[in-house]
Design a binder for this molecule. Structure first.
Ligand SMILES: Nc1ncnc2c1ncn2[C@@H]1O[C@H](COP(=O)(O)OP(=O)(O)OP(=O)(O)O)[C@@H](O)[C@H]1O
Length: 254
């Protein structure tokens, strides 16, 4: 089966996820970063758009259960993603913008096997399963490669394989392919289709979110708008174009 045919079939099969936030606030160093977010949405592809500093990465970490809200509740498919880490690993994985923030181990096989061990698999089984994932991505020859010798794009692919290996129901993409050249971005996007599950895609660029059904627009840590992707993205684009004509880059927030 080709990658593209697998894509279409798997995307149809991706089950909907349910994200619920009730009065969620996050403060970092006493500074409010996310403010009283409330939301209840079912989706296959959810987009999060917003300017630099609007809170997107903090929101991504919150949804992946990597940080706890000071107030409120976050539930993904009913799971408290911060409070129940073992259950959360089955629900959600996250791909960061910088693969070096994600990679811990020296070789590709060890890195991919690590997530599987976290899921509770014994070392030998995790290694066997990691080999299987490498084979699925036609990267068996990468198994013993030192990750430090890989290119930036190749490191991204290692992170992607590690996430796919764990088969979470939802993957959060925090601008993972920003700054990559066009062919690498296109290739990684195709590899991402091998995940075939539900996606939360975070980007400041509306073009990246064209295939989302629903989009949230974050502004200064709050939900400025949530709704059908074309409506929200059009309004966002219009507002950003207007702002681009001004000079709020000069404003200091503290
Ligand atoms: N570890 C931290 N320490 C202090 N402030 C932080 C920290 N992490 C985030 N912030 C602040 O929280 C706000 C939101 O940051 P966040 O990275 O979530 O925004 P973003 O929308 O992802 O931005 P960008 O598009 O530039 O990556 C920013 O003002 C940022 O300075």
């Amino acid at each position: 089966m080709t990658l593209n045919r697998m894509t279409a079939k798997q995307m149809q099969e991706a089950p909907e996820a349910q994200l619920t936030l009730a009065d969620v606030s996050v403060r970092i160093e006493e500074r409010p970063v996310l403010n009283q977010l409330s939301l209840d949405v079912s989706f296959r592809r959810l987009g999060i758009v917003g300017r630099n500093g609007s809170g997107k990465s903090t929101f991504a970490r919150l949804l992946a259960g990597l940080i706890a809200p000071q107030d409120g509740l976050v539930r993904l498919n009913g799971v408290d993603v911060f409070g129940d880490r073992r259950a959360a690993l089955r629900e959600v994985g996250i791909l960061f913008q910088n693969p070096d923030h994600q990679i811990i181990f020296p070789t590709v096989l060890e890195e991919v096997a690590f997530g599987l061990a976290q899921l509770g698999r014994k070392a030998k089984q995790a290694e066997r399963d990691a080999h299987e994932i490498l084979a699925r991505f036609q990267k068996s020859q990468w198994a013993q490669m030192p990750i430090s010798t890989l290119s930036h794009g190749q490191k991204h692919l290692v992170c992607l394989m590690s996430i796919v290996a764990m088969s979470p129901k939802v993957v959060v993409l925090d601008e993972p392919f920003a700054g990559l050249d066009m062919p690498t971005k296109a290739q990684l996007s195709r590899y991402l289709q091998l995940f075939g599950g539900t996606v939360i895609h975070i980007s400041h660029d509306p073009k990246d979110l064209a295939d989302c059904e629903t989009v949230l627009w974050l502004e200064k840590g709050q939900i400025a708008r949530a709704g059908a992707a074309p409506d929200v993205l059009n309004d966002y684009l219009e507002a950003m174009t207007k702002l681009g004509e001004g000079d709020d880059i000069s404003d200091l927030s503290r």
